[in-house]
Design a protein around this ligand. Structure first.
Ligand code: SAH
Length: 387
């Protein structure tokens, strides 16, 4: 099997640089591109990146890239790749995804079918199986993806399984949860550090608070879940165990955190508490039921992070307009607090009553949202570097 792999960490639009920074912090060199960050590594890096990346979606192996203007070129290109280095006899290898963009080949089901035939033929040849007899697919699963962009095919194997935002701690999530990896990215884009108070006054299932505590305590986000690669015969089980143990030992126990989450909906507060227990950070967060309009604090230099309700019907929805106005009035006295508010409402600043110091465009799923950033006064006066 192979020693070195070309790898990509996929990321939501707008978060690639955060993923790049996380990879650099893990000690890897990488290249940030649209929607992905490229890096290289061996089995250890596949395990480590899945276990540790907080903001990425998935880690994929690039099996190969080649021009694919016709089905024949596609077939030969896929056939020519070194599948024997990845796929043991008997494994499942669905072409789980085919995507064609700005290319002559555009029928995605046909791209899937042709690619499948090419991999089957290659494995039959390599494992000396008769052609015409289908290969049994019963063992571990290797999900293959083919994407063709401008007549150029990239063939990938997903190492992750269910997306990395699924940490395994959020059993219940309420109606409009933010993805865990998006929350982790926003925290890293903010100027919050573990020594500052943090409040999420619309905490819902508690994602921001929980991700903040995990970040502060250096809890690997993948510690409580499994990954597709763990089923693969060429991934050393002892190495996985060792890296999981090391991650467990790397958790910081010596911190006192000041993190608070509140929500108008008492049921959500109960869910948030349960999720924090599951994530192992229940002692770090105080959750309570409260309207954000009732938020008061004497503390200074804290950070508020919130994704208040928003939606397509926002413009007609008087309740939400009132909520944003009241939010502005409630937060206004907290002059030393930085505020990071995620909403799709383009008139947010007008309703909130204050112009953002900075705005950042992000995507919550397919919905375009903005992260409105207001920096607390102490940060501004000292012109301290932020973010
Ligand atoms: N980030 C959360 C989702 C937030 S959705 C998560 O990951 O789960 C918005 C939340 O704002 C909802 O839970 C809703 O109950 C809450 N909310 C609505 N109006 C509120 C108010 N006036 N005060 C506090 N919370 C409010």
């Amino acid at each position: 099997m192979k020693k070195q792999f070309e790898l990509i960490a996929t990321a939501a639009a707008g978060l690639e640089a955060v993923v790049g920074r996380e990879l650099k912090d893990l000690g890897y060199s990488c290249q940030v591109e649209n929607g992905r960050v490229r890096f290289t590594g061996g089995v250890k890096e596949i395990i480590e990146s899945n276990l540790w990346l907080r903001s990425a979606d998935r880690i994929k192996i690039v099996v190969g890239q080649f021009p694919a203007r016709t089905f024949e070129e596609l077939f030969q290109g896929v056939f020519g790749l070194d599948w024997e280095n990845y796929l043991p006899l008997g494994c499942k290898f669905p072409i789980s995804k085919a995507k064609c963009v700005k290319s002559k080949l555009h029928n995605e089901p046909s791209v899937q079918a042709i690619s499948k035939k090419a991999v089957v033929k290659k494995l039959q040849k390599h494992y000396s199986r008769p052609e015409g007899v289908p290969l049994q697919e019963v063992g571990a699963e290797f999900k293959i993806e083919v994407s063709i962009l401008k007549d150029h095919a990239t063939v990938l194997i997903d190492t992750t399984g269910s997306s990395l935002f699924k940490r395994g701690y959020r059993a219940e999530k309420g109606g409009a949860p933010i993805k865990e990896n998006m929350a982790a990215a926003i925290l890293q884009l903010s100027n919050w550090y573990p020594d500052k108070p943090l409040i999420d006054p619309t905490c819902g299932s508690g994602t921001f608070c929980i991700e903040a505590a995990m970040l502060a305590r250096n809890i690997a986000p993948g510690l409580k879940r499994s990954f597709a690669f763990e089923e693969w015969n060429w991934v050393d089980r002892d190495l996985v165990l060792r890296l999981r143990k090391e991650a467990q030992a790397a958790i910081r126990q010596d911190l006192v955190l000041d993190i608070a989450g509140s929500d108008i909906d008492g049921r959500m507060v109960e869910i948030a508490k349960k999720n924090a227990v599951a994530a192992g950070v229940a002692d770090d967060i105080v959750f309570k039921q409260m309207r954000l309009q009732d938020l008061r604090t004497d503390k200074i230099n804290g950070v508020i992070i919130s994704n208040p309700p928003y939606g397509e019907r926002l413009l007609e929805d008087k309740d939400l307009i009132d909520l944003y106005r009241e939010m502005g009035q409630t937060f206004a006295p907290l002059k030393t607090w930085s505020q990071f508010i995620l909403t799709s409402d383009e008139l947010f600043e007008q309703r909130f009553g204050r112009l953002a110091d900075k705005k950042r465009k992000l995507y919550n799923g397919t919905l375009k949202v903005d992260l409105y950033q207001f920096f607390g006064q102490r940060v501004k006066r000292n012109t301290e570097k932020v973010g």
